[in-house]
Every structure is written in C-alpha cells, then in structure tokens.
Design a protein around this ligand. Sequence first.
Ligand SMILES: CC(C)(COP(=O)(O)OP(=O)(O)OC[C@H]1O[C@@H](n2cnc3c(N)ncnc32)[C@H](O)[C@@H]1OP(=O)(O)O)[C@@H](O)C(=O)NCCC(=O)NCCS
Length: 224
Amino acid sequence: MEKMPFQPEQERTTTMVGVFSTTTTTVTTSDWKAGLPVLTGAGFTLRELRLEDAASLLAMLTTEEVSRFISPPPTTVEGFERFITWANRERQAGNYACFAVVPTGMSVAVGIFQLRSLEQGFGTAEWGFALGSQFWGTGVFIEGARLVLDFAFDCVGARRLEARACVANGRGNGALSKLGAVKEAVLRRSFQRHGQYHDQVLWGILAEDWRLQRRSLQFATVVH
Ligand SMILES: CC(C)(COP(=O)(O)OP(=O)(O)OC[C@H]1O[C@@H](n2cnc3c(N)ncnc32)[C@H](O)[C@@H]1OP(=O)(O)O)[C@@H](O)C(=O)NCCC(=O)NCCS
C-alpha cells in the first residue's frame, strides 16, 4: 500500500479515486457495495471502518516505523474521519473497499486492509495494508490477508490483485512473499516519500493461483 488512494491533501477536492473451508470451497457472496461483510479471524475481526476508529488509526498508523514506506496518512483525527467518510462513499460507488482490523476485546481499529479498483468492474485491483507495530508478527496479518484475498476474489470478483512495496520495505515484501504473491517487476523510482524517490516491487496474485494455493492452507473463515 505504498500509495493510499486517499490523500490528505486531496481531501477537499477528491473525486477519485465466503465462507471458505479448506476441504470444500463454499463461496459466500455479499452485496459489498451496500456494506462490507464482517470477516472473522482468530483473535480479530475485519469490518467496515467507523468514524470512532479515527483516533486509534491516527495513533497506530502515523508512527515513523509504520508510515515510513507508505504514502503519508492523515495527520489528525479529523483527517482520518474524512478518510473514513471517503472510504464509505467510494465503497458505495464500487471503487474501493477498506476493512478495519479490530482485535478481539477491542472495539476500534488497529490497522486496515484496502482494495482499490484499477479498472472498470474491479477485475484488476490494488491492495494494501498497514497494522500498528505492536500487532506485527502476531499472525494477524497473514490471516487477515487470506480473508481479504478470499473476499476480493470470491465476493468482489477480482481477477488480479497488485501490490507495490518499496524495495527497502523488508516486512512488506516478506509479508507478500509468504502469501505466495509473485514478484513481477521492479518499478524504478516510482514512489516518492520525504522528497526522495524509491524503487518499488510490483507483486501480483491471480485468482486462479490463490484458489489453488488456499486449498493447502489449514484455514477456515466465517462471513456474517
Ligand atoms: C506490512 C505489515 C502489515 C505486515 O504485517 P506483519 O505482522 O509485520 O507481517 P508478518 O510478520 O506476518 O510477515 C512479515 C514477514 O516478513 C519477514 N521480514 C521481516 N523483515 C524482513 C526483511 N528485512 N526482509 C525480508 N523479510 C523480512 C518476517 O520475518 C515475516 O516473515 P515470517 O513470518 O516468515 O517470519 C506490517 O509490517 C505493517 O503494517 N508495516 C507498515 C506498513 C507497510 O509497510 N505496509 C505494506 C506496504 S506494501
């Protein structure tokens, strides 16, 4: 998620932008444009963003270690509230979906997974993710990512998901690699941060690859 589609500096003018088991695959579709389903993992849920997530997301996603390789997140609670309002509007328009990561026992988000359509009908989409650093290495990422990939390919109908990660972003690239994403290219000097241009790895996952790969995973999800 090097480039968040929502950009704080564009706030005023922006117009842009299943239940699945390992043995038998059951696809649950949902009218995701009307509202995102709640996806349940071990120790957390993924749900629609709410305005009350703003303060927690500000605390979690604006630290230097989280934000150093992604486009600048909003810098205020109000900025995150505008992002959440924008996200819900873009979801209704069918352009974008953003899940809040909410650990069990908490009521607010500690991270996000987002999907952005790159073509009419969401056939090709870009996805990205960020978690508060205290949740790194806990397993939340990998399970949340699997839930989001199932959602993208089975509910939304995406054919191909792309992710861009700065070459220097070890965790971001490591996370994508262990999901089975394919390193397709290096996009030279394609991302600007703190006035410097960085090379990014372009990672791709195809629906058919994911459907084959997930069969081998001991993993079940619940969609409410
Ligand atoms: C990206 C992010 C969501 C991943 O969550 P996470 O909990 O850190 O991910 P995980 O620990 O499950 O996986 C990261 C993997 O990268 C590996 N890794 C860590 N540093 C690495 C490095 N320098 N080089 C290669 N791999 C590295 C880890 O060992 C781990 O693999 P393992 O589980 O096999 O040991 C989280 O790190 C984050 O929010 N980062 C900041 C935002 C960001 O960069 N987003 C991604 C943009 S593409």
